[in-house]
Design a protein around this ligand. Structure first.
Ligand code: TNX
Length: 512
């Protein structure tokens, strides 16, 4: 009897402890990107085995978003909240996702979060906004000390939306090929930091990586090697569709690039009639650039480009096709302009918009086209004058293949050494005189892979620089500050470790 009473008392003590609110401070959470407005109320919402996720909209996009929330909660806590579709949003407890923000200034990707002791509510105008809000929410989940059964989210509210609409990364799968799973893993990491575009550099001198059914030798021959002479590889159209869908479920758009008229050695090794040089071509496994060109004055080249863009457009859900256009050092200037003009018409014919590296500004581009600035400010300005938007990828700041310093074991340094502070402390709208916020579509961080062989190599150059770029794309410049950012980044080290990301542990950051 005595034991029973003691047991009941103990149980009651535990139960009151469990239901007692746990104080916490939302303003101290190390969010990256930093949200626009954070208001802390000092208490917390408790996530435990009875937590559930509610949605009122049962569209596929919202259900998938809820599914990703549950998957991530499970990863962080081991708990697996159930998802329930409800009619009205009056439910008292749980995590509630609603598409009724009633706040136009949030745009497509903005969101509101409200954390009470009983309920977390995420609101947005569009599913993309809910997805972004969930990424913020996940960063706020904290363990309760000495308790393996409960986690908390500090209480308060957040209102947030991005500075730039295009926040991206680029992966060169031509110099070294990377599998579908590796690309998905990158997409996962990108989505955690609210990036929304992944540009795949699918062709170059060393390898052609996307199946084109009407020109099969592009992949069977052109995709058969890579830098260093390894076996290369390519995506079937099925593989590519799988990547596009996986990205889309995470509100990331895939932009495919076929680099032309230079960077085309692999293509014309497979089909010599496309070769615009007077040399016989062989598979190339070195690292030089600028030696190749398509046969720009021959109709067969345009039949080829038409087939490629047609097939690629059919499996690409996004608006853009990237046509490269960089470093065509052995294409005559007039031929180059003629070629880009014709390719532009082909892209338009398949209802897509054209992006190209900044050199394409010399062609007859117009509004609707995008110039990707990497080297020459004058090209970006020329593009702007012709009505195009500018995508900012300044090599000196945004190139992920640049070494951190002279001791970095992989990477290049032709543009700069880029330590974390240098990668973080810049603002796209003031980088080039004459290129202002209105001209800029957004920013993108390219990883060229001449020296990048393994997933560990990839991780090492991408992280954590890309995380800083994600904040530049999302958070307005007035709110950004390196000293504050490096403290927040320090708290992401453990998370990156947990996800088995081989990131660069810069001495500039006080890692926890
Ligand atoms: C320049 S950036 C290139 C790429 C190389 C890269 C290496 C650009 C448009 N072209 O072909 O891979 O440098 O950093």
């Amino acid at each position: 009897m005595k034991n029973l009473i003691l047991a009941i008392i103990a149980l009651l003590v535990i139960m009151t402890a469990c239901s007692k609110p746990i104080p916490a401070d939302l303003s101290k959470v190390s969010f990256i990107p930093l949200p626009i407005e954070v208001m802390a109320t000092g208490s917390s919402y408790i996530i435990n085995q009875s937590t559930e996720v509610y949605v009122t909209d049962n569209s596929e996009e919202v259900l998938k978003t809820a599914g990703i929330l549950v998957e991530q909660i499970q990863l962080l806590t081991g708990l697996e909240p159930a998802i329930k579709v409800i009619r009205d949003s009056s439910v008292q407890e749980g995590i509630v996702l609603l598409l009724n923000a009633d706040d136009e200034s949030l745009g497509v990707e903005g969101y509101q979060l409200k954390m009470d002791e009983n309920r977390i509510t995420a609101r947005a105008n569009e599913p993309a906004g809910l997805f972004m809000g969930i990424q913020t929410l996940l960063q706020a989940v904290e363990p309760v000390e000495g308790d393996q059964t409960r986690w908390i989210v500090p209480s308060g509210s957040i209102r947030d939306y991005p500075e730039y609409g295009y926040r991206g990364a680029m992966l060169d799968v031509s110099r070294h090929f990377f599998s579908v799973d590796v690309v998905k893993r990158l997409i996962d990491q990108m989505s955690a930091y609210k990036l929304n575009t992944l540009h795949l550099h699918l062709s170059d001198d060393q390898g052609w990586r996307i199946e084109i059914k009407s020109w099969p030798k592009l992949t069977t021959i052109g995709g058969s090697t890579q830098v260093g002479g390894g076996e290369g590889g390519y995506y079937t159209q099925e593989d590519y569709r799988e990547i596009v869908q996986y990205a889309k479920d995470r509100f990331i758009t895939i932009i495919p690039e076929i680099d032309m008229p230079g960077h085309t050695n692999a293509a014309y090794v497979a089909y010599p009639e496309l070769n615009g040089t007077n040399k016989k071509a062989e598979l190339y496994t070195g690292m030089k650039v600028g030696f190749s060109t398509l046969n720009v004055r021959s109709q067969i080249t345009y039949d080829f480009v038409d087939d490629v863009i047609r097939e690629l457009s059919a499996i690409t859900t996004g608006d853009y096709i990237h046509i490269g256009g960089d470093e065509s050092h052995v294409t005559k200037y007039d031929d180059y302009v003629y070629f880009i003009n014709r390719v532009r018409q082909i892209v338009k014919k398949y209802n897509k918009k054209m992006i190209g590296w900044d050199e394409i500004a010399h062609a007859d581009i117009e509004s609707g086209d995008v110039v990707q600035y990497w080297a020459k400010g004058e090209n970006a300005l020329l593009g702007k004058q012709k009505g195009a938007k500018v995508l900012m990828s300044p090599a000196k700041r945004a190139y992920l293949d640049m070494q951190y310093d002279s001791t970095t074991h992989i990477g290049l340094h032709w543009a700069a050494y880029i330590e974390l502070d240098h990668a973080y402390e810049w603002e796209p709208s003031v980088l080039e005189t004459g290129i202002t916020k209105e001209d800029i579509l957004g920013l993108e961080s390219p990883l060229w892979t001449e020296t990048v062989v393994t997933t560990d190599d990839m991780d090492y150059l991408i992280f954590p620089r890309l995380i800083g770029h994600a904040e530049i794309g999302w958070t307005p410049v007035e709110k950004r500050n390196w000293d504050d950012y490096k403290q927040r980044l320090a708290n992401h080290g453990r998370l990156l470790e947990m996800k088995k990301i081989n990131f660069y542990r810069s001495k500039l950051v006080p890692w926890k």
